[in-house]
Design a protein around this ligand. Structure first.
Ligand code: GAL
Length: 419
């Protein structure tokens, strides 16, 4: 039997774990956290791992939403050289599990009581075939609007919009005052982030689930979806002409710097405000996307662990998994990232009003059945179906000639072909 680091340290008469080098290993971690707030957040994990004597090899692939990271991960895995850990989430964890790439973390999970600490729905998503293969980092809420109070004031708008009619009326005022109403980055995943929010708003949680979880033809191609697509396209009139291709954090910067009034984005955007020294409720405002105050689109980040071939790598990998679930990481990381801890037992006192609202709404919406998985962030379908929806939604958003009816028909066909 191998000696655990603590036992080894004792046997060697060493007092500090970091003095133990026998099992100090390297973990190569693939992630896409490269914006200001994201980089600050992932640095916390690196520090905590290095404190235990392990080495962090950064494998960052830029690109919000992670599609570029996933492409790179696939090519590394296919060539037989996957990293130690990778940011993989939602049903994609199952896809990797099925392919036989993922390592079993049951002993770490058992020793650290993950089953007792995690909400069951979260724990289940981290398991493949009943065994833990991934560890959850956080819970992001996706259906948020971020607002700049100074811009709103200058435009004579004294509220965050709660309905689309209000949003469009406010947008007209903001435009007239010389500001951009809605900061946006025209990339497929950002287009999809807004689209799913409008779908939740107009159709409600049940419709949302039918469309993006059950992939029901009537929901994807029916009258409600046509209404959703129509409202969604109206938002384009409130964006600036430079939106195409823009990174999400540059869109957030437009709200931070007072060029734009709003951004519709998950609460990783809050990580940007916070890293710019801004304070929630004072320098920036958060509210649910119009018409979605009583619903919550969740996006849970997680790291899946790949098979490794040395003891030291395995020790380092397990240390990484353990640290992610520990209170220190859960608190500090989530304060920086804009998300909330995945463990409900972390003290709330350091979290701001947006995070507290997210915590309360998560619980309330879980109870009322209005907690839904984010399609745009890979929580509700396979990566193939997600990609098919992205294509239709982005093409429609950028094609002045495609009608909402045509887009709805394409949605049904594309999802069928991908499923
Ligand atoms: C999401 C991810 C978040 C955030 C965002 C932008 O998919 O879950 O953690 O990083 O992409 O990159």
């Amino acid at each position: 039997m191998r000696l655990k680091p603590v036992a080894l340290a004792m046997a060697l008469g060493l007092s500090s774990l970091s003095a133990v080098s026998a099992f100090a290993g390297e973990v190569e971690v693939l992630h896409w956290w490269t914006s200001g707030g994201e980089a600050k957040s992932v640095a916390v994990l690196k520090q905590l791992l290095e404190k235990e004597g392990h080495t962090w090899k950064d494998f960052a692939v830029a690109g919000g939403g992670g599609d570029s990271a996933m492409t790179v991960l696939k090519s590394r895995a296919v060539s037989g050289n996957p990293p130690t850990a990778a940011q993989i989430k939602g049903p994609e964890i199952q896809e990797w599990g099925e392919l036989g790439f993922l390592a079993d973390l049951d002993d770490v999970a058992k020793a650290n009581h993950w089953d007792e600490l995690l909400p069951k729905v979260v724990a289940d998503g981290m398991k493949y075939d009943g065994h833990y293969v991934a560890v959850p980092v956080n819970v992001h809420r996706v259906n948020w609007v971020w607002g700049n109070p100074e811009v709103l004031k200058a435009a004579g708008v004294d509220h965050m919009p709660t309905t689309w009619d209000e949003f469009f009326a406010d947008g007209d005022k903001i435009k007239a005052a010389g500001y951009i109403p809605l900061a946006h980055g025209g990339q497929d995943w950002q287009d999809a982030t807004i689209f799913e929010a409008v779908a939740l708003s107009i159709g409600g949680a049940e419709f949302y689930r039918k469309a993006f979880v059950d992939l029901d033809d009537d929901a994807l191609g029916g009258d409600t979806m046509v209404k959703v697509l129509t409202t969604y396209k109206r938002l384009k009139d409130y964006m600036d002409p430079d939106a195409p291709g823009r990174d999400w954090n540059l869109a957030t910067a437009m709200v931070i710097n007072g060029k734009a009034a709003f951004q519709i984005m998950g609460d990783w955007a809050k990580g940007e405000f916070v890293s710019a020294g801004k304070v929630a409720g004072k320098d920036f405002l958060c509210s649910a996307v119009p018409g979605t105050a009583d619903a919550y689109t969740y996006n849970i980040d997680s790291f899946a662990m790949f098979h490794v071939n040395s003891n030291s790598q395995e020790e380092a990998q397990k240390a990484l998994a353990r640290i992610i679930m520990e209170p220190t990481f859960q608190e500090v990381f989530n304060l920086n990232k804009g998300s909330i801890p995945v463990r409900p037992d972390i003290p709330r006192d350091k979290f701001d009003s947006c995070a507290i609202k997210s915590m309360d709404d998560f619980t309330a919406d879980a109870k009322s059945g209005t907690l839904v998985p984010s399609m745009a962030h890979g929580m509700s379908t396979t990566s193939y179906v997600k990609g098919a929806i992205y294509d239709v939604v982005t093409n429609y958003f950028n094609d002045a000639n495609m009608t909402a009816q045509q887009a709805a028909e394409r949605l049904v066909k594309a999802v069928k072909a991908a499923g």
